[in-house]
Design a protein around this ligand. Sequence first.
Ligand SMILES: NC(=O)CCC(=O)C(=O)O
Length: 238
Amino acid sequence: MVELTCSKEKPDVLVLPEMWTTNYTLPQLSEIADCAGEPTTSFLQNLAKKHKVNIIGGSFANIRESEIYNTAIAINRQGEVLYQYDKVHLVPMLDEHLYLKGGASSHTFELEGVKVGLIICYDLRFPELARQLAVEGAEILFIVAEWPEARKSHWKQLQIARAIENQTYVVSVNGVGQYNGVLYCGTSMFIDPLGEIIEVASENNEETITKELDLHKVSEIREKVPVFQSRVPSVYKI
Ligand SMILES: NC(=O)CCC(=O)C(=O)O
């Protein structure tokens, strides 16, 4: 297994936030969203190839077959698309369901031999989704977001909970600043599989944070506290 390392000068993986190409311009999306992933996919593919870096390309509004999805994308250093994910859980508080269609599937994918999962913002509130990715073997859960300041404590605590219960690293990227009267709370984070915040970005300002992840920690904690062996799925009714 290849270790994912990361330094500011030559990172292995870059991660962007949710809806970074348009922000939450929901009523305008039918005019300004990507069509079948373009031009954002090609833009990120070129960037990945040029800098030989894996990219978790945040998410963007994406028109496919007359529906608009909130689509996240992962691209490898060769510029190949590894995974695409449409946000499954749409946010009632933002009326997302009036403008977007929810995705219908989620699974892990491999980033240089490491199994990882990718979810979008509100998905964080659904432990079933992250659990499914962890049961499939995810060692890192990437979360791309535009999470508002109004519910900042949930942003922080839910991520810690997902890291602890699934014994995964959590790597999250959230927007900052204000759009249409909504203030976003930044606070992008690296959380280790014990639930400790090991790096955190500003609440207010754009910032790049980097961290090297020791993936042995995932197997170590899973051996010490063998949650996955102790699960009893036959009892769970959901
Ligand atoms: N962009 C989002 O999904 C926002 C989620 C949110 O506001 C919440 O879960 O609270």
